[in-house]
Structure formats: C-alpha cells, structure tokens
Design a protein around this ligand. Structure first.
Ligand code: ZN
Ligand code: ZN
Length: 127
C-alpha cells in the first residue's frame, strides 16, 4: 500500500461522518500537501475494490465509510448527511437463501431516512 493510500485510509477511519471524496481531500491535505483530488478519488476506488472501505451512494455523490463491519445508516433528508444507526433488532434481519431469479445473494443494504439535528428546526419553521 502506498503512503498516500495509507493516509487516506487512516483519515477516513478517524471520523464517523461518512465524507465525500471532496471532503476527504480537504481532510488529508494537511498530511499530504501535494495530493490531488484525482489521486484521492483513485485511491478511494482501490480501497473500495479491496474491501477496505464502504462506498455509499448518496444521491449522486458517493460518501465513504472506513468501517466495513455490518452496520446501517440514516440519511438526512435535509442536507444529505449520513450517520450510523445501531440497535439490536437490526442484527436480526435474516439473509434470504435465494431469490426467484436464481441470484446468489451476497448482502443487502438498509438505509433509514430522517432529519439530522441541524435540519430539524428548519423543517419545523419552514413550509
Ligand atoms: Zn441535515
Ligand atoms: Zn457507517
């Protein structure tokens, strides 16, 4: 692993805010002053393909997660922020063994909708 890739992975694992590639670029620049946005994108792609990070589809823009354990997310409908959610019931979802179309099912995604603390007052005041 290159040093750049290592730093990108370390910075991503430090936070739980599921940053976009652009946000991560700003985060790693203090340690990698010469890094380019393209390099960050490329390294995120490699890390994802290696199974070292998760890529979340956030309405057009991808967000990245350094935590690859099985966990779930809530997405703010106001600003698009994504946070982790926890709960015992969430671990009980059984994997189907097969589908009607002979898929080999390898996993699933579960995402909750909500409003983050920053967006709740706006939703109450507006409309
Ligand atoms: Zn929000
Ligand atoms: Zn997460």
């Amino acid at each position: 692993m290159t040093r750049q890739r290592q730093v990108i992975l370390e910075e991503l694992r430090k936070v739980d805010c599921h940053p976009t590639a652009d946000e991560l670029y700003l985060m790693v620049r203090s340690r990698l002053p010469r890094v380019s946005l393209g390099t960050v994108y490329r390294n995120l792609d490699v890390l994802f393909r290696n199974g070292e990070i998760q890529k979340l589809d956030a309405g057009g823009q991808h967000r990245f997660d350094g935590d690859v354990r099985n966990h779930y997310h809530v997405r703010c409908q106001g600003c698009g922020r994504i946070d982790d959610v926890f709960g015992e019931a969430l671990e009980a979802l059984a994997m189907p063994r097969s589908s009607a179309h002979d898929y080999e099912i390898t996993g699933y995604r579960l995402e909750f909708d909500g409003l983050c603390p920053a967006c709740v007052p706006q939703a109450e005041g507006g409309e």
